[in-house]
Write a protein that binds this ligand. Structure first.
Ligand code: F6P
Length: 547
């Protein structure tokens, strides 16, 4: 499979093309085509993607699209939408698109319409959310719920945190929302230290309900709540029933933990953790923004699903973003992508994308187990603008590495403060321009710069970026933006021939940690059989802990 890709005619054609045009400077590409800024642009679902500042021309895009065709992107997309078990290493279907399909649409999995199931859960979530938001759901002592603490990790946390931050301006402002993920007790302690347990609802989110971090934090939450409510003993279950709900696919483990399954919101095996924020895992989002806004967000996801499924590759946003990523990664040698939202509400978007992109495409074997001989998923990272400009942009502008950037901005701000939004977007636009065109030594000299400083003040340029613009950050826009990246990751995974929906790479560390816990906590230091470094760290930790 791996050799299939790098020996395929489409790949070889791109390699040859890269040798011819890959080194051409963006200044040249723009000079050769004055219309470039209007031509290398696509729009859909309210998003405007300008990729003119990527180091591609029309031929590059044609060849990349041929690669996508040859790798079966169309067929794999159809298979995903049809509920086929495309996550082959886990023998699972991948049907997050069903989570946002409108009521009445049918998607069959094993002959069963899953969209009806999705909407049944959405309705239960909406009824519960309304009860909590309007105060009719009361805590154990009769007080209304004012605080919601969502406990989960990875896909059971990053989406809800990101969405809450992104849509905070749509949220019920007299309620407090907190998120606990880390097994570090500080995360939990700081989240609850100023909360009244009588007004606090915990949502325990875990697909498997076996995740160490989440179960440890849920246990801590239970002890904290029961104690603070004075509900130890006979009243404990009643208190837990009023202050704990679970979101999971595993009713048995939920019941074992002590949460009544009447207070459980389900989802399904065919929803991957990092693709689950619009399932019941998003209950905290719905509690924050209300069912109507939540449905608007689902509509945004769905609109992008339809766009992705039905739009020809030339005008297809996720396909185009994916292909630009393939070009930068495999033909220009970039190892990373910086995601730079010029929108404070998207401050957690890069962290969310890190799991989406890197847990999905951080693989080095193909679906049939062959080691790849090409690069796969790049490293995603980022910070909201303009903060990054005063930090790591130096390296992007003048360092030795190629760092393709995704700039994200909006026409309107939800918080107009003087002319600050124009200042913000001026910076976004200027950064893309500076990265692409730089400043030549002659231009620097013409400014009267001393010769000794000319090299330092020269910018080579030719650093690629894409810019995504939308009207305003609404629930709909957020949904479409997330789905854009989801499908882009999928298309890249298909081209690389990897399984974008498993995550075996997280298992080894988990297994080793289990063994290590016993060695750290045993009363007497047991015989250690690790390597000398690991043995020494265990001994040193025990000394520090006791000292
Ligand atoms: O980190 C591995 C992982 O399995 C993620 O894929 C998942 O999102 C996370 O753990 C949490 O899993 P769960 O929802 O089962 O607690």
């Amino acid at each position: 499979m791996s050799a299939d890709l790098t020996r395929s005619p489409a790949w070889l054609a791109l390699k040859q093309h890269a040798a011819q045009v890959g080194g051409r400077h963006l200044r040249e590409l723009f000079a050769a085509d004055p219309q470039r800024g209007e031509q290398l642009v696509i729009e859909g679902v309210g998003l405007y993607l300008d990729y003119a500042k990527q180091r591609v021309n029309a031929d590059t895009m044609d060849l990349l699209r041929q690669l996508a065709e040859a790798r079966g992107v169309r067929q794999r997309t159809a298979a995903m939408f049809a509920g086929e078990r495309i996550n082959t290493t886990e023998n699972r279907a991948v049907l997050h698109v069903a989570l946002r399909a409108p009521a009445g649409e049918k998607i069959l999995f094993d002959g069963h319409d899953v969209v009806a199931d999705v909407h049944a859960v959405l309705e239960r979530m909406a009824a519960f959310s309304e009860q909590v938001r309007d105060g009719s759901w009361r805590g154990h002592t009769g007080k209304r719920i004012r605080n919601v603490v969502s406990i989960g990790i990875g896909g059971s946390d990053l989406g809800p945190v990101m969405a809450y931050e992104a849509l905070r301006d749509f949220s019920q402002r007299d309620m407090v929302f907190r998120f606990v993920s880390n097994v570090d007790g500080t995360d939990f302690a700081e989240a609850v230290r100023d909360l009244d347990a009588a007004e606090t609802l915990f949502i325990v989110c875990s697909k498997t309900f076996t995740t160490l971090e989440t179960l440890s934090n849920a246990q801590a939450a239970r002890q904290w709540a029961v104690q603070a409510l004075g509900a130890e003993g006979a009243n404990e279950n009643q208190a837990v029933a009023k202050h704990f709900v679970a979101v999971s696919t595993n009713a048995k483990e939920v019941a074992k933990f002590g949460i009544d399954t009447a207070n459980m919101f389900g989802f399904w095996d065919w929803v991957g953790g990092r693709y689950s924020m619009e399932s019941a895992i998003g209950l905290s989002t719905m509690l924050a923004i209300g069912p109507t806004h939540f449905r608007d967000m689902l509509a945004g996801f769905h609109a992008m699903d339809v766009h992705f499924r039905d739009t020809p590759f030339e005008r297809n946003l996720p396909v185009t973003m994916a292909l630009l990523g393939i070009w930068n990664t495999n033909f220009l040698g970039a190892a990373t992508v910086a995601v730079l939202p010029y929108e404070q509400y998207l401050k957690r978007f890069p962290a969310y994308l890190q799991q989406l992109t890197m847990e999905s495409n951080g693989k080095s074997v193909t679906v049939d187990g062959q080691t790849v001989d090409y690069a796969t998923g790049p490293i995603y990272w980022g910070e909201p603008g303009t903060n990054g400009q005063h930090s790591f942009y130096q390296l992007i502008h003048q360092g030795t590495r190629l760092v393709p950037c995704d700039f994200i901005g909006f026409g309107k701000t939800r918080n107009p403060v003087g002319d600050q939004h124009d200042l913000l977007i001026a910076n976004l636009i200027a950064q893309g321009e500076a990265l692409a065109f730089g400043k030549s030594a002659d231009e620097v000299r013409a400014e009267g710069t001393a010769e000794a400083l000319v090299a330092h003040r020269t910018f080579d340029g030719n650093r690629p970026s894409s810019t995504l613009l939308a009207a305003e950050l609404t629930p709909f826009a957020l949904g479409s933006l997330i789905a854009l990246y989801e499908h882009s990751v999928f298309v890249q995974g298909v081209i690389w021939g990897i399984d974008s929906f498993d995550q075996w790479g997280v298992e080894l560390g988990k297994q080793l940690a289990k063994a290590t816990i016993a060695e750290l906590t045993a009363a007497q230091l047991p015989a250690l059989a690790h390597d000398s470094s690991t043995n020494a760290l265990i001994r040193r930790y025990r000394q520090l802990r006791e000292g």
